[in-house]
Design a protein around this ligand. Structure first.
Ligand code: NAG
Ligand code: NAG
Ligand code: NAG
Ligand code: NAG
Ligand code: NAG
Ligand code: NAG
Ligand code: NAG
Length: 362
């Protein structure tokens, strides 16, 4: 097949709204909204997989489109306040060689440098990653790409909304958010087999003020992972698992300075995950972990050690707080492992975490 990427029943509407204030003197302060809509079906997307899709440049932003669409779009698209409505399915080629991105494959779909971007719809974005998962660069395979593509990258942008879409079987991370402020993601479904390697649901890096809500994430790696330079991250109402749980890190590779602050994870249910909430740091580095509160965590652990605090001897973990924890192991008591961690506990903490001091006023 000649096409580099395949479209099936794919409807992409690009909507660019330009808001202009009608008159400074007008009492009603009405806003005129100038909306341009492009429908890829009008540009030959037939759903039979034969349409050639190129990466069209929409000022700074990239989108998938054919040349005529790119031409039309260039007339109107600016990089502000654009809505991508995806109500059909976008399917990647299944053969890694068809991606034509060896040696480097950073991403499949990317959006960059937007101020005001909304990506929404009930469409399915399927990365058909199963062949990628079996490629290993350790096999000395000549065609081994230096990295596997992320499904969707959204980078260097402000005011981004992602709503309603389903992501399936990405070659590696499904959605990466990089260098952002103000992102709101909600009602997403992300699925990949629990055995698929590095298929994190959402990876956040160098981003501030990100909220992710009401989503269902089942993958082979972290449901959500949070990397360096991220702060004010709110994660609520997530069904996570199977997968590795919700993780911060790994931080401090080669002793470098990484910072992650103000992360709130609330109302998350973990189903058959290998971990629940986890902070990962590199062993050799001096990463300081402080002010972490674990509260209202209930359930069963698949391992006997349900609570593990392993901190460095040179920089112990400080001000770790636990309150109202009940975790069991099968029909038995779970255990705790505690190394170089200090802090407080209150309410019922089961299994007990002896390295934390009782405190009556937390
Ligand atoms: C984008 O939308 C926001 C509010 O929705 C508005 O304040 C801003 O002026 C818009 N920007 C442009 C370039 O239209
Ligand atoms: C995170 O939640 C807090 C309240 O819990 C709220 O004040 C803050 O604005 C939220 N931030 C984001 C990015 O949603
Ligand atoms: C990000 O959130 C913090 C804390 O809630 C707030 O002080 C700051 O103004 C927010 N930044 C933006 C760009 O909204
Ligand atoms: C982490 O991010 C900060 C800025 O947010 C940067 O200065 C630092 O170099 C980053 N660390 C690594 C290891 O990339
Ligand atoms: C968490 O769930 C509880 C009970 O369902 C609800 O009362 C609370 O508002 C939720 N909190 C958030 C931050 O969604
Ligand atoms: C941890 O919390 C304490 C007390 O609330 C505060 O003084 C300290 O600055 C915090 N540490 C960090 C790294 O935010
Ligand atoms: C805020 C809170 O729940 N504090 C509790 C800490 O534990 C003591 C007794 O162990 C309770 O009296 C406090 O209410």
């Amino acid at each position: 097949m000649a096409s580099t990427l395949k479209i099936l029943l794919f409807v992409l509407l690009i909507q660019s709204a330009i808001l202009t204030e009608s008159s400074r003197h007008s009492k009603s302060k009405k806003k005129k909204i100038d909306v341009h809509i492009f429908n890829v079906v009008d540009f030959g997307a037939t759903g039979d997989g034969t349409m050639m899709i190129l990466r069209a440049l929409c000022k700074h932003g990239m989108l998938l489109a054919n040349p005529q669409l790119r031409h039309q779009c260039a007339k109107y698209c600016n990089s502000n306040n654009i809505t991508f409505q995806i109500d059909g399915n976008i399917v990647a080629p299944s053969k890694p060689s068809a991606w034509q991105c060896i040696p480097d494959c950073d991403h499949w779909i990317s959006f960059r440098k937007f101020d005001g971007l909304s990506i929404q719809g009930y469409g399915i974005i399927n990365g058909q990653g199963s062949k990628w998962w079996t490629i290993s660069c350790k096999d000395e395979n000549k065609n081994c790409p230096s990295r596997k593509p992320t499904g969707l990258v959204i980078a260097d942008s402000n005011n981004v909304k992602i709503n309603g879409l389903t992501f399936e079987d990405s070659p590696q991370v499904h959605i990466a958010l990089e260098r952002y402020t103000l992102v709101h993601a909600t009602k997403l479904t992300i699925t990949a087999p629990k055995t698929s390697p590095n298929t994190d649901g959402i990876h956040i890096q160098h981003s501030t003020n990100v909220s992710i809500h009401n989503s269902n994430i089942q993958t082979g790696d972290d449901c959500i992972s949070i990397g360096n330079g991220s702060k004010y991250i709110n994660i609520t109402k997530i069904e996570c698992g199977p997968g590795h749980g919700i993780s911060i890190g790994s931080l401090g590779i080669n002793g470098r300075t990484d910072e992650v602050e103000y992360v709130h994870v609330k109302n998350v249910t973990f189903h058959k995950t290998t971990n629940g909430v986890k902070i990962k740091t590199w062993q050799t580095s001096n990463v300081e972990i402080s002010n972490v509160t674990y509260k209202d965590i209930h359930g069963t652990s698949s391992r006997k050690i349900a609570v593990e605090l392993s901190c460095s001897e040179s920089i112990p973990c400080k001000n770790i707080i636990m309150k109202d924890i009940s975790l069991s192991y099968k029909d038995d008591n779970a255990h705790t492992s505690c190394l170089n961690a200090h802090g407080f506990k209150n309410g019922s903490v089961e299994p007990d975490v002896p390295c934390l001091q009782k405190h009556d006023n937390l």
